[in-house]
Design a protein around this ligand. Structure first.
Ligand code: ADP
Ligand code: MG
Length: 414
């Protein structure tokens, strides 16, 4: 019997030569022990929250800036320092993409700190009462860190509740740190919550290419074997990311992917060629990730655009290129489709005001482009175009929403 030698083994895989020393360091969840070029911001956050350590109420603070400018990691960095100082006070981190309502935000603090009351079915006032008792128990200062606070549906209610709780509390207090990628969300707030949420504001500017280079340098020293990352690779990754909104997350992704590509190829150095290749794969991944993590209504709007665009293609092949479709879809027809489709996605369509904001979000993420119609043509409207393949968008959203591809059902035409 000719013995077949099985070469596959985990040992072989694990012993495969690699340029990585610690991949984990390149992950977006890793928080380095120092955050270059955010020292000032971190100091200011620390100063703002410090009264809590003496049992006083810190001012509310709003941090905003584009994605990847280090808002989340700066605050998490401060949270770690905060929790290492002995005090009754607490900072509680809430990702509002998940906890997107006043009720869920209260639930989160109960879940983290008074778990005996964390059960489905408790009403709002019950939880509210428990939280106030918990705060009064030792007169703590509770600092809610609401990341992506613009996702909170009933933010005005929440602000009202917090203001009221500070009046009701005999000891202790609640304050907020809001974090947002959008400045525009300010306009949606009612004036009272606006002035209260914006007691202090801070803007995180996009990183420059130079700053990104240093951030990458710091991570690559820990993440990769000494000397394998070429300067040219770091410079290129930094330059690409600086052009693209100064986003450190994107820069790190490029570097991670470049390392993987070099490994796959058995190369001994990471060069600008790997970075260039990495850029293409990362861009592809990012739009998939961006779409699948979009809040539901934005997904439905995007789906509406994709489905109309698929049909629009048919129109033009029939020779009906009469008018506006050349420039893109009309904002109004997309809204109509969105209202119609919402049901199919088991939800209720939001108002036109929200819809316009969703469009802005989608544009900011680079998923669509918007152009103004200018004067004359049908009054003032916007033309909408998808920035990626409509078929792919539809498939992706269907699989994310329904867990599997569904056969597109024919849409009534208006
Ligand atoms: P934002 O919340 O503004 O979108 P994050 O705080 O999530 O941005 O940062 C994105 C990624 O970039 C994270 O992986 C973080 O580790 C990294 N990062 C951002 N700023 C810095 C910095 N100054 N130094 C080191 N890493 C950073
Ligand atoms: Mg963030």
């Amino acid at each position: 019997m000719g013995g077949v030698v099985v070469m596959n083994s985990f040992a072989d895989i694990l012993n495969k030569p690699t340029l990585f020393r610690d991949r984990n360091v390149l992950s977006p969840h890793y928080i380095p022990e120092a955050l270059p070029h955010r020292e000032k911001e971190i100091t200011k956050i620390m100063e703002t929250v410090s009264p809590a350590l003496k049992g006083e109420r810190p001012h509310n603070l709003l941090l905003y800036g584009k994605t990847g400018t280090g808002k989340t990691c700066s605050v998490k960095y401060v949270m770690e320092k905060f929790s290492s100082v002995p005090s009754a006070s607490k900072m509680v981190y809430v990702n509002c993409r998940i906890y997107d309502s006043k009720y869920k935000i209260l639930q989160k603090v109960v879940k983290d700190h008074i778990p005996e009351f964390y059960k489905q079915g408790y009403g709002f006032s019950f939880l509210y009462e428990k939280i106030l008792n918990w705060i009064e128990g030792d007169g703590k200062s509770l600092i809610y860190v609401l990341d992506e606070v613009d996702m909170v549906k009933d933010i005005d209610d929440l602000m009202y509740t917090i203001t009221r709780s500070n009046d009701e509390l005999k000891r202790g207090c609640i304050s907020l740190i809001g974090i947002s990628n959008k400045v525009s969300f300010k306009e949606r707030l009612d004036p009272r919550s606006r002035s209260s949420l914006f007691e202090t504001e801070m803007v995180f500017a996009p990183y420059t290419s130079y700053q990104l280079r240093e951030i990458l340098k710091q991570r690559s020293t820990r993440g990769f074997v000494d000397g394998v990352v070429e300067e040219g690779a770091l410079n290129l990754a930094a330059a690409i990311a600086a052009q693209d909104n100064g986003d450190a997350r994107y820069a790190l992704k490029l570097l991670l992917k470049a390392g993987e590509l070099a490994d796959e190829n058995g190369d001994s150095k990471i060069t600008d060629t790997h970075v260039e290749k990495a850029r293409r794969t990362v861009d592809e991944d990012i739009s998939v990730e961006a779409i699948s993590t979009l809040p539901r209504h934005q997904q439905i709007v995007l789906y509406s655009i994709a489905s109309l665009q698929c049909e629009g293609g048919r129109y033009s092949s029939l020779g009906d290129n009469g008018n506006s479709r050349i420039n893109g879809l009309l904002s109004g027809e997309v809204f109509e489709r969105y209202s119609l489709l919402a049901k199919k996605f088991r939800t209720e369509a939001r108002s036109a005001r929200w819809y316009r904001e969703y469009l802005n979000d989608l544009e900011m993420l680079g998923l669509i482009t918007l152009t103004d119609s200018g004067k004359g043509q049908r009054g003032h409207t916007r033309f909408i175009k998808l920035a990626c393949s409509p078929q792919k968008v539809m498939q992706l959203i269907e699989s994310v929403v329904f867990g599997q591809s569904i056969a597109p059902s024919p849409m009534p035409t208006g």
